[in-house]
Write a protein that binds this ligand. Sequence first.
Ligand code: ADP
Ligand code: ADP
Length: 229
Amino acid sequence: PYVVELREVTKVYGGVRALRGVDLLVERGELVAIAGPSGSGKSTLLHLIGTLDRPTTGTVRIAGHDVAGLSDRELSALRARHLGFVFQQFHLAPGVSALDNVADGLLYTGTPLRARRERAAAALERVGLGHRLGHRPNQLSGGEQQRVAVARAVAGDPPLLLADEPTGNLDSAAGAEVLGVLRDLHASGTTIAVITHDPEIAEWCPRQVRVRDGRVVADAGAGIGRRPP
Ligand code: ADP
Ligand code: ADP
């Protein structure tokens, strides 16, 4: 199945038509930007792809699961098993080591602590933080904190990593550091969707889905790798 499958999706908030008929297919292994200006519908798409909300009309399937048929409880289980989230804010627990910030993200798996910590250490290695396991968030740079957040998001090997303005809170050097990690994860097979208003980050992604006024107005570039800005 597709990792993301949106068919003729609309979303209406009160009288506001936030999405006006969106078709979007994302295959395994893609690194795709969902890009557009403020008010274009990016957050609404994030909420639908992230199964935080349901469409008004149309079909949303995530890793083959039709969101319409699932209860709220089933949706949160789907979210935990199939989606990793990274936001502009790092959302790390203060006073908790990098290792345990990542290990705690695996609580839903029911895995014993020791095995959670082993998987967390492996995920931190993947983002280049194998030497920072015992550091707390306030002992890490912004770029390092966001890399911990990325490690937490991918520790359970979800079919999709959803990154919402992942460099929005970082200076350009730290932003490049985080994009480098996303590039490496993509190279090793992780499927990633980056939601961004930043044209430079969109251009950096091999595929760019451009959203405007609640519609996809362009979808280009699949398969063409580029270097980070
Ligand atoms: P973006 O993330 O690209 O800025 P949004 O998805 O937040 O775009 O918004 C798309 C449109 O839907 C905008 O016109 C916005 O004002 C409207 N909208 C979004 N969320 C709500 C909401 N909860 N209630 C009413 N209107 C909303
Ligand atoms: P920002 O992108 O400005 O940092 P957030 O990342 O906090 O904002 O939130 C982006 C959207 O995702 C918000 O609408 C919020 O409701 C939702 N969200 C944030 N954190 C979580 C979470 N842990 N689980 C589910 N939804 C979340």
